[in-house]
Design a binder for this molecule. Structure first.
Ligand code: ISE
Length: 336
């Protein structure tokens, strides 16, 4: 029987997930939606046969016909909804970031540990991107030797209108915080955020930033975040090992030579670049709900990323190197 999913928050990513669950994936159907903007919730529900609108996230979570919940609302609301799902014993997929601070994420860890079983998958979709999966395979099989350095860039053509300075760390770089931990299979131990000459396109938002991440085995990771790069959405990652390097290839497999120029398309935004990753990620969640076992990026992974983001924010303010201090990992998260 199809998993009956309720979706909390139907903005850009929430609507995209509703479309995916309804038309692309197998084994699920959307039965309920809710949004702070009720008109938007009704508009989305009209496009999904059989879906109803619930007045609040809490009503949706409590509904008998909702088996599992997808939280894609504003980050500050995640803690309340994810904890309510855990208390109701319902599996929950929560978009990144899991919570806006390490403390808030720690409370979700506590709730899940108290429940005694994993119910949460966090939306770190890069773990499902075919190129990143292959890159991790090359690094982990050891053919380039021990990793020493990583060079990463996370570039957006332009930020959404609500983008604020801290989001470069909490919403943008947070993807790399998780990706680095996952790819290297080690923890990030310190963050330094440096500010180069600001782009004139940045307005009040300092842009770009250069972050330096240190890991438990001494790998140094430099990460550029640019949210006004203009030319498109561009994600780069190169791992430098003792015996070679491995990097994400160009996004477009097709290069055009014409009129004295060589060109290849760059995706305009993250939806285009990571479409496949989102599909695989959410199918994985639906399958794990059906199997009764949460196995994707965990609450612990969301917590670690939130603590790293806290350190990044402190460094953004002070320009100091800020150590990352995680609490002891509960046994619940012992399995990778
Ligand atoms: C946005 O919130 C996302 O999650 C995108 O994946 C990311 O690339 C972008 O920088 C964020 O602002």
């Amino acid at each position: 029987m199809a998993v009956r999913v309720g979706v909390i928050g139907v903005g850009v990513i929430g609507q995209d997930h509703v479309r995916r669950l309804t038309h692309v994936l197998s084994g699920s159907r959307v039965v309920a939606v809710t949004d702070a903007d009720a008109a938007r919730a009704h508009e989305v529900a009209r496009r999904v046969p059989g879906a109803t609108v619930r007045a609040t996230g809490r009503d949706l979570i409590a509904a008998d016909d909702v088996d599992a919940v997808l939280v894609a609302s504003w980050g500050a609301t995640h803690e309340e909804y994810v904890v309510a799902c855990i208390e109701a014993g319902k599996p929950v997929f929560c978009e990144k970031p899991l919570a806006p601070s390490g403390d808030a994420a720690a409370r979700i860890v506590d709730a899940e540990v108290a429940a005694g079983r994993r119910l949460v998958q966090v939306g770190f979709m890069r773990r499902y991107d075919p190129a990143y999966v292959e890159l991790k395979g090359v690094v982990q099989e050891g053919s380039i030797g021990l990793p020493l350095l990583m060079h990463c860039a996370h570039r957006n053509a332009s930020p959404p209108p609500y983008y604020e300075a801290h989001m470069a760390v909490t919403e943008t770089a947070v993807h790399e915080f998780d990706m680095v931990r996952w790819l290297l299979e080690e923890e990030i131990t310190a963050v330094t955020v440096l500010r180069p000459r600001p782009s004139r396109h940045g307005g009040d938002v300092q842009d770009p930033l250069l972050l330096l991440l240190e890991t438990s085995n001494g790998v140094l990771v430099d990460l550029e975040t640019s949210v006004n790069i203009r030319y498109g959405y561009d994600i780069r990652c190169e791992v430098v090992g003792e015996d070679g390097t491995a990097e994400l290839g160009p996004v477009s497999p097709v290069v055009v030579r014409r009129d004295g120029a060589l060109t290849a398309p760059v995706p305009p935004d993250w939806q285009g670049r990571f479409e496949r990753a989102y599909d695989v990620e959410l199918q994985h969640w639906v399958d794990s709900v059906t199997a009764g076992e949460a196995i994707g990026p965990s609450t612990w992974d969301g917590y670690a990323a939130a603590v790293i983001a806290d350190a990044g924010l402190r460094s953004l303010g002070s320009r100091d190197r800020v150590p990352v201090e995680l609490r002891d990992k509960p046994d619940l998260y012992a399995k990778p």
